[in-house]
Design a protein around this ligand. Structure first.
Ligand code: PXL
Length: 293
């Protein structure tokens, strides 16, 4: 018998970066605040994320194998598996093994295919990481690429011009055809409106497309993708519908950016999560999702 009041557990496969509010330093506080127990399987330890001019990097590929074996011996179970920034292409195989061994039929697999942003790959990543990430998304129930990652995963050049709703629907469907039931594309520019940004989503079950558009503040904060997907993961684990999860996640990111933007601050340090975490306890403030016909 599963106890009714036990917290759900998520195995979280991300790096630990000392400064910058990215990866585990977004995943752990957000999911813990949402009442979910985070079990980290760290992929690498860095001084900072890789967008600072300098950083140290410790690859934990071998340790991940050891930790996974230990978890197997101890017969742990998880309700969800959530992967983000990987430290080496070889880690995809380890994650596949983790899912293969531990995933039960109702467990959730969320893959945030972290590869790049603003049309460029992150430092340290090359063709092999793209190829392996294309393999990993086939195992996922939910993927959350930004628009740069959408084109990298589909092996298509990213066009300069703005993308229509029809075009986005085709891209999401093409990704879902590879395996994931739910595809969420973030950081999509809004045609002729530099002050807005959209998130598009497709749910194969029900064959419906959703869009949430929200104000865009002219600043780039690393880690917002990690915070976004963490809220999506927590929200789906709590039983929210896809459009409600989209609304919760976009509102949380907007609150985080608004809380940070007014300070004289180095944007590389990421959004000031500590100022907005308590918002995750509150019911959703307003709904702004649209169903795309
Ligand atoms: O937020 C994505 C991310 C995660 N982890 C590390 C990164 C980045 C993006 O730059 O460098 C180490």
């Amino acid at each position: 018998m599963r106890l009714f009041n036990q917290s759900k557990k998520v195995a979280a496969v991300h790096d630990l970066s000392g400064v910058g509010h990215v990866s585990l330093m977004a995943v752990i506080p957000i999911l813990s605040s949402m009442g979910i127990q985070v079990c980290p399987l760290p992929t690498a330890v860095l001084s900072t994320h890789t967008q600072y001019p300098e950083y140290t990097f410790l690859d934990l590929t071998d340790e991940m194998r050891r930790m996974t074996e230990c978890w197997k011996h101890l017969d742990f179970t998880f309700d969800a598996f959530y992967t983000g920034y990987l430290g080496s292409p070889a880690q995809v195989q380890i994650v596949e093994d983790l899912i293969e061994h531990f995933k039960r039929p109702d467990d959730l697999v969320v893959v945030d295919p972290v590869l790049g942003d603003n049309g460029r790959l992150y430092k340290g990543f090359g063709e092999e990481m793209i190829l392996e990430m294309r393999r990993l998304i086939r195992r996922a129930d939910v993927i959350t690429p930004n628009i740069t990652e959408v084109f990298l995963l589909l092996d298509r050049p990213q066009p300069e011009e703005a993308l229509s709703d029809e075009c986005l629907k085709e891209l999401l469907k093409a990704l879902s055809d590879q395996g994931p039931e739910i595809v969420i594309a973030t950081s999509v520019p809004v045609t002729d409106n530099p002050h807005m940004t959209s998130v598009y989503a497709y749910n194969r079950r029900g064959d419906r497309y959703w869009k949430v558009t929200c104000p865009y503040l002219p600043a780039h904060y690393p880690g917002t993708g990690d915070s976004f997907t963490s809220v999506i993961t927590g929200s789906l684990m709590q039983g929210d519908s896809l459009p409600i999860a989209l609304d919760r996640a976009t509102q949380f990111i907007l609150q985080g950016i608004r809380a940070t933007f007014g300070y004289e601050y180095n944007n590389m340090d990421g959004i000031m999560l500590e100022k907005v975490l308590h918002n995750l306890d509150m019911p959703i403030q307003s709904c702004s999702y649209e169903l795309l016909e």
